[in-house]
Design a protein around this ligand. Structure first.
Ligand code: ADP
Length: 499
């Protein structure tokens, strides 16, 4: 059969590309091949010539013999491309790209079947698909924010959903990563970190879209060839807060031990000294009276420190214990303990309205009242001719409001932020341990309430507190509830208070 120039070129090209050629008749019987030059199937030409092309089919499919269909379809359409699984001489299957082409040569129609091994390509394609899906599931994970930024200007090119959440950003297009860094200094520091080879990454503060702060740990890799840096963001805001809380508590504990050991020793050394002198001077009863007064004073001081310590322990260690509280009785009985407590009597005016049963933790409430009332008396102004302490309270349905007001020495504005701190004493007049208001605040917070104050130096101070009333938590007949949960709190504003 004479072969045209075009056919010759195709024959050569098929040999170069490793494509097997089978020339078959209308029944699919192989008449000629290029197997002397190409071998995918491992057959020699002599082994297949005269046999059906189905010799390359997997055994089960020979029975179905779709070959005739292919050939008749190819005769109609002149050219038919398909892929199928074929079997090599050694029994190994492979994915073949098979092309049926009807060629007219010297007036006779021949069917040329070309076979190309696609197994490698298909496997690569499958691998790529798998890699792509792994990459996608890694990229769109719920935990780690992923951002690709340009090294030159930190412009964000891609970001996953988690990165959007961490930065509270919905659209990164055209935005640069440095907009989420707090200031210029932070931008410089961030860039200097990227210049280091730091496998462990680094932690830094970011400012979300909307202005909120988030702490993140950043790991990164540089794709220098592409001029890109991939940033992995781990949100560590909650961990940071927990660490800060722990550090604060630890710090307070250190301070606490230091102060308390000093405070406890001072009255004891005074007492020891006084006892030693008293022993020597028992003859003089008048001097002894003076020493006993001093001893009493120092012992009281020691007692007050121990009471403070017990209050802290009670608040920290015991759970809330709710009971119905007769507000009027409680306030009156505590006020009575302080009448005549100063050099001159300080009148205590009490005004209580109780429209609803007040349910809260009575032990904790007593500690609050004792501290506020004793301070109101202790910090009276000596120049004031008509000193007073006013206590007002109103038990409402959801909240109970309490105010303790005095016309004493007041608190300097410079101390405003400190007076609730542990061991803070704002004046020489303080003979206490500086723990009272710290304890009050801790307890109010534990009860789910809030405390605030206003003061005018020289004119007096007003403490205002609001405590949730657990009355509506009570079910059944029993007014007493034991409940440790915290309810949702209303925002505390002065308008909540007694008018
Ligand atoms: P302490 O009374 O033992 O010093 P507190 O914690 O009770 O400790 O109070 C802290 C400081 O707040 C006091 O030293 C005082 O300066 C100031 N302070 C508290 N209550 C009053 C008040 N009613 N009037 C004036 N100053 C007050």
């Amino acid at each position: 059969m004479a072969v045209s120039k075009k056919d010759k070129l195709e024959i050569i090209s098929n040999i170069f590309n490793g494509i097997e050629e089978y020339w078959v008749d209308g029944k699919g019987i192989i008449r000629a091949t290029n197997l002397e030059a190409v071998t995918i199937t491992g057959y020699e030409e002599s082994e297949v010539v005269g046999k059906s092309f189905t010799v390359l089919y997997p055994p089960r499919e020979v029975a179905d013999d779709p070959l005739r269909d292919y050939i008749s379809e190819a005769i109609v359409s002149r050219n038919l491309k398909t892929s199928m699984v074929l079997v090599r001489k050694d029994g190994v299957r492979f994915i073949a790209k098979v092309n049926f082409e009807v060629v007219l040569r010297e007036g006779v129609e021949h069917v040329k079947i070309t076979v190309q091994d696609k197994t490698y390509k298909s496997i690569q394609k499958q691998k790529m698909k798998r890699l792509e899906s792994h990459f996608n599931s890694l990229f769109h994970n719920q935990f780690i924010g992923v951002l690709n930024v340009q090294q030159v200007d930190l412009k964000i090119i891609v970001a996953n959903v988690r990165a959007c959440e961490i930065l509270n950003e919905h659209d990164f297009i055209g935005k640069s990563f440095d907009r989420y860094l707090p200031d210029e200094e932070a931008v410089r520091w961030f860039c200097s970190q990227l210049d280091k080879e730091n496998d462990e990454g680094f932690e830094m503060k970011l400012i979300q879209n909307g202005g909120k702060t988030r702490w993140v740990r950043i790991n990164y890799s540089l794709f220098t060839t592409e001029g890109m840096t991939e940033l992995l963001l781990f949100d560590i805001t909650d961990d940071k807060k927990r660490i800060e809380d722990l550090e604060r508590i630890n710090n307070q504990l250190d301070q606490f031990i230091y102060h308390i050991s000093h405070d406890l020793r001072a009255p004891i050394t005074t007492l020891l000294g006084l006892i030693a002198i008293s022993k020597k001077e028992v003859q003089s009863m008048i001097t002894l009276q003076g020493y006993l007064d001093l001893m009493l004073q120092r012992t009281r001081h020691l007692d007050s420190i121990l009471i403070d310590l017990m209050s802290i322990a009670l608040n920290e260690k015991t759970s809330l214990d709710f009971d119905t509280i007769k507000l009027s009785e409680e306030i009156q009985s505590i006020a009575d303990q302080y009448v005549g407590d100063t050099s001159g009597p300080v009148p205590i005016h009490i005004a209580i309205t109780q429209d609803f049963p007040f349910i809260s933790d009575v032990k904790r409430l007593r500690i609050i009242l004792r501290n506020l009332i004793s301070n109101a008396i202790k910090y009276q102004n000596p120049a004031e001719t008509q000193p007073f302490v006013k206590i007002r309270a109103r038990a409402g349905q959801g909240y109970t409001f309490i105010e303790v007001e005095d016309n004493g020495i007041g608190i300097h504005a410079q101390h405003d932020k400190k007076i609730f701190e542990m061991f803070f004493r704002g004046t020489d007049k303080s003979s206490g341990s500086g723990m009272g208001l710290y304890i009050v605040k801790m307890i109010v917070e534990k009860l789910g309430g809030e405390i605030s104050f206003t003061s005018h130096p020289g004119n007096g101070t007003l403490f205002q507190l609001v405590i949730p009333n657990r009355a509506d938590d009570v079910s059944g007949d029993s007014p007493a509830v034991r409940h440790n949960g915290q309810r949702e709190r209303k925002k505390f504003t002065p308008t909540n208070l007694i008018s």
